[in-house]
Design a binder for this molecule. Structure first.
Ligand SMILES: [Ca+2]
Ligand SMILES: [Ca+2]
Length: 734
């Protein structure tokens, strides 16, 4: 399995300008074709020898609670087998440390802003490409058993049997597409027992009896445990009762040395665990009388002792920590036992030798570090996630790696391992060569992170940032606060050195790297919204008109008002936008057929007439190399129409249209240029607003930041929906 290693930095993301005069269009349609390339390509490896892929994922299992990662608090002998027989990744990170979004990243191989699932509570668009669909198409049998948590039904899986929502620890009702399903294609089954055990039983049943033995399989076996509120199995309710778990050194962190975000979060063991978390109140949910009795017998005496002790201050925090962390570890005990059952089955059945087994968590977790539980931060404990991979015949047993890996790489790795092509639209890198124990010469030197869920549970402010081998720069953009950590001198991230003058060169270079990463991953702050209304329903509207003689409340930020062609024009000398407006209300271009344009007289035949959006989503009408051009950017992919050269110091009328079918066309002086081409729609509200006379902020088109218009503009308009022919004729009448 010698997959060619692709250079991380040279991987061209789809920015494919096209020229309407230069033949067939590429853009989005061609991207889809490229992404479907695996369907027809012959597999590089014969089907029967392709490895099975067993992806085991737990929920919120921090690496600090795994003995193979040097846990100070527990033993995980079964999970450790994967480290002994495979590779342990010591630097695997997530793109956005929160449950549902991590699952979406793993399925799509794309950052949250491109897969559309940026925070819990959103709905995953199952219509987009995912790794299960691709593996299924290439002949794999695909299944997901256990936690799903993406709201929509799984797509790309031959078989699923999943928890509904978060799912309970006891007696889960689960949903499957197997057996006598209803009109929606699934049915619900009420199970009785402990969820971690049930998910494993279902996975073993499928491996043993239900799958097609002739084909390789891709099984996602995913636990709910050890997610909040940490309800252990009956057999573990008294585990750890007679010992004291070690406290982390930062349990009583006072957040000095960090910014507003660390001080205003709501995830402390001291103040934010509730009685239900601490098992001090009757547990909600469905328990059988027998389960309830066993539960009460275990917690009753412990809770009585707690009440009698009347703890206060630090002693109370210490008690809460012990109660919390012991329940958490008890839940992991069940996960570890069940992973052992599955590994035993692989050995007994002979499947082990041709099965890649992965163990990971959807993200990392706080076991009291900084006084916290939960995740979300770019600080190390939640940013990092455990990753163990056993791949007999490929991965050296007992090996470790410090290469920077990400959950963004998982889908690409599975495809590569299966001998399949990796679509260019995926953003991670195959780990196959790292897994062979090689040191790739060119591997990523930095990681990009972006967390969105604020306001929301635990109130962690939105942030993005970059981590290198030694440094971590974080920007809390709602607060406009930066933090910098020197991980070598301050591995616990207690003191930001952002304002320390001896680090100013590091700050400058990290900011440059952060900007490069944001461009590379096409993150301009916009998250794709697949749920937007369809373009067909858009009512014809004049969304905006810039009549410079009558600007009303619109503020002219730059330029001089001059007598124009018929009325008043604005005269610009390329410096900056004349007008900028946010994309609110009527100006939101998402899913809008449109006609945009106006009159211009140029002295330089370069610069932007009007633009809305940036490097992920938007459109721009501009002059470049003497020609009038229109660009539409959609999920980063660029479609460009190029008109003929225009004469200087002469009035011209230009307009660009995207019709209801998503076809783009360009008109100069009332005459259409070439044939309409497939373009599609802007699919959500771009972060950047509308700007007249220059594209500010993030750039839509293939021009630099010095893109201001030179000359005069008059009567610019933005129409959504179709425009009546006579309106267009009158507007462009010489
Ligand atoms: Ca999680
Ligand atoms: Ca812009």
């Amino acid at each position: 399995m010698n997959a060619p290693f692709r250079d991380f930095f040279s991987r061209a993301l789809p920015r494919r300008p096209r020229n309407v005069l230069a033949g067939r269009a590429t853009g989005t349609i061609a991207l889809l074709t490229a992404a479907c390339g695996w369907a027809t390509a012959a597999p590089a490896v014969a089907a029967e020898s392709r490895p099975n892929i067993l992806f085991i994922m737990s929920d919120d299992h921090g690496y600090q609670a795994m003995s193979c990662y040097g846990s100070q608090v527990n033993q995980t002998p079964n999970i450790d087998r994967l480290a002994k027989e495979g590779m342990r990744f010591d630097r695997c990170f997530v793109t956005n440390s929160i449950c549902g979004p991590c699952r979406a990243v793993i399925l799509t191989g794309k950052y949250s802003h491109l897969n559309g699932f940026a925070q819990n509570g959103q709905t995953f668009n199952g219509g987009q490409p995912n790794v299960a669909k691709m593996l299924r198409k290439s002949g794999y049998q695909t299944a997901i058993i256990g936690k799903w948590h993406l709201r929509t039904e799984p797509t790309g899986f031959d078989y699923y049997h999943r928890l509904i929502g978060q799912g309970p620890y006891y007696n889960p009702k689960m949903r499957t597409n197997h057996g006598e399903v209803g009109p929606q294609g699934f049915r619900d089954i009420q199970h009785e027992g402990y969820t971690t055990d049930i998910i494993t039983d279902l996975a073993l049943d499928w491996l043993r009896d239900s799958r097609d033995q002739e084909r390789p399989f891709f099984l996602m076996y995913q636990h709910k445990a050890p997610h909040r509120n940490w309800q252990p199995a009956p057999r573990h309710l008294n585990a750890y009762d007679d010992i004291t778990i070690a406290e982390p050194p930062t349990l009583f962190d006072n957040y000095e040395g960090r910014g507003t975000a660390a001080r205003t979060q709501e995830m402390t063991i001291a103040r934010h665990l509730n009685p239900h978390d601490l098992k001090l109140s009757r547990q909600r949910g469905f328990f059988t009388p027998q389960q309830r009795m066993v539960w009460d017998r275990a917690y009753g005496p412990k809770n009585e002792a707690f009440a009698a002790a009347k703890l206060e201050g630090r002693d109370l925090v210490r008690w809460k920590y012990q109660r919390y962390v012991k329940d958490y570890l008890r839940c992991i005990d069940a996960v570890d036992e069940n992973v052992g059952r599955v590994l035993d089955y692989l050995d007994a059945s002979g499947l082990a030798k041709n099965t890649i087994v992965i163990y990971t968590s959807d993200q990392g977790w706080y076991l009291g570090e900084h006084g916290w539980y939960d995740k979300r931060w770019m600080y190390e404990e939640s940013f990092r996630t455990p990753l163990l991979v056993r791949w007999p015949g490929h991965t050296p047993a007992g090996s470790t790696t410090t290469q920077l890996a990400m959950n963004l790489d998982f889908a690409e790795t599975f495809l590569d391992a299966a001998g399949e092509k990796i679509p260019e639209t995926m953003q991670g890198e195959s780990l196959v060569s790292v897994l062979a124990g090689k040191q790739p010469e060119q591997w990523r030197k930095s990681l990009y992170y972006h967390y969105y869920e604020h306001p929301g549970p635990h109130m962690v402010h939105r942030h993005y940032g970059v981590r290198t081998d030694r440094y971590k720069l974080i920007y809390f953009y709602q607060l406009d606060e930066w933090e910098l950590y020197d991980l070598q001198n301050d591995p616990r991230e207690l003191t930001s050195v952002y304002n320390d003058s001896s680090y100013q060169e590091i700050v400058t270079s990290l900011k440059r790297e952060l900007k490069r990463l944001r461009e590379h991953y096409r993150d301009d702050g916009t998250v794709i919204d697949f749920g937007a209304r369809r373009a067909r329903n858009v009512k014809p509207t004049l969304a905006a008109r810039f009549d410079f003689g009558n600007l009303g409340n619109t503020r002219l930020q730059y330029g001089k008002l001059v007598p124009g062609r018929q009325n008043t024009a604005v005269e610009l000398a390329g410096a900056k936008p004349a007008i900028q407006q946010p994309n609110r209300g009527k100006l939101n271009p998402a899913y809008k057929p449109m006609t945009i344009g106006g009159w211009f007289k140029t002295t330089a035949a370069k610069g932007v007439l009007l633009a809305q959006g940036g490097q992920s989503l938007g459109y721009s009408l501009y002059l470049k190399q003497g020609k009038v051009q229109f660009s539409l950017r959609r999920q980063g992919a660029l479609t460009t129409l190029v008109g003929p050269p225009v004469s200087l110091n002469t009035w011209h009328h230009v307009s660009a249209t995207i019709d209801r079918d998503g076809k783009a066309s360009l008109r100069l002086n009332g005459k259409q240029i070439g044939e309409p081409i497939e373009a599609g729609f802007i699919i959500s509200r771009p972060a950047d607003g509308l700007s007249i006379g220059a594209d500010s902020g993030s750039l839509v088109g293939p021009y630099g930041p010095a893109n201001g218009f030179h000359g005069q503009l008059e009567d610019l308009r933005i129409y959504w929906g179709p425009v009546a022919a006579d309106v267009l004729t009158n507007w462009s009448q010489p």
